[in-house]
Write a protein that binds this ligand. Structure first.
Ligand SMILES: [Zn+2]
Ligand SMILES: [Zn+2]
Length: 259
């Protein structure tokens, strides 16, 4: 970069910085938009609907983690095993081969997901997907495509968008809509684990996009995983179509402390 160019660049970025500062101040006074997570007035509304301290409060689940499901492991178990696998994953073989998430479904992360899903703040999917890419980096390498968990068409129409598809698109990988929901299932919230598995079993079918998947490694994407029942049902369908490996990346998960 030449001297004049460098000077022009510095001037432009200073002007841009000042302008967004002025715009922030103006928006803060005129509209006083509140953070979508903590509801305090935003200092920098031009940087999005959630404040910096809320984003910073979203901490990763503390390692050591189960290599398969991503649940936290009691430390001594990880020392005694070469591959760190939690008791639940050792008891039952899962169809999702590996799962990771941004953090626990609580606090600011829970509020961000609510704002995305129920208030239609779709721009939040971009920032959430960035966090998913960072914290799920180990799952992304070698993936052939990303498959979002579908909504039933009725719910999709009602909401106007599928939050899982928005998150999948934000990952910057090839997205394939290989699954569709053929049964409108009652919401999983409030159902005990066993019922959840029954609730979503056979709720998914493959689309034509799945015919190109034999031998593939697929990354399933959803906003929240509670017991993993939905992800397992999707993985079952994908494996029926010949998918070799199913990984799952979610924005948040409910961590089970009971084993
Ligand atoms: Zn906030
Ligand atoms: Zn596990």
């Amino acid at each position: 970069m030449g001297k004049t160019q460098a000077l022009r660049f510095r001037l432009t970025s200073t002007v841009a910085g000042r302008l967004s500062g002025v715009l922030d101040a103006l928006l803060a006074v005129v509209l006083a938009p509140a953070c979508a997570a903590c509801e305090r007035v935003l200092d920098h509304p031009t940087k999005g609907p959630v404040c910096q301290s809320c984003w910073q409060s979203i901490v990763p689940i503390t390692p050591p983690l189960c290599d398969r499901c991503g649940d936290p492991l009691p430390t001594w178990r990880s020392i005694s095993l070469s591959a760190a696998i939690c008791p639940r994953c050792r008891r039952t073989r899962r169809l999702v081969d590996r799962a990771r998430t941004v953090g626990e479904y609580e606090g600011a992360l829970r509020a961000v997901i609510h704002a995305l899903k129920y208030e239609g703040r779709r721009s939040l999917a971009v920032s959430l997907a960035r966090l998913m890419r960072e914290r799920g980096a180990e799952l992304l390498s070698g993936v052939n495509c990303v498959v979002p968990v579908p909504l039933h068409p009725t719910r999709r129409r009602h909401r106007g968008f599928n939050q899982a598809a928005d998150l999948a698109c934000g990952l910057g990988l090839d997205v394939r809509h290989a699954l569709r929901r053929v049964r409108a299932t009652p919401p999983q919230t409030g159902l005990p684990a066993a019922r959840r598995h029954r609730n979503v079993r056979d709720a998914f079918a493959a689309t034509r996009a799945a015919s190109a998947m034999p031998g593939a490694t697929v990354l399933l994407v959803d906003d929240v995983s509670t017991t993993g029942a939905t992800l397992e049902a999707c993985a079952r369908m994908l494996k029926t179509c010949g998918v070799r490996e199913v990984r799952a990346l979610t924005a948040a998960r409910v961590v089970s402390r009971r084993r």
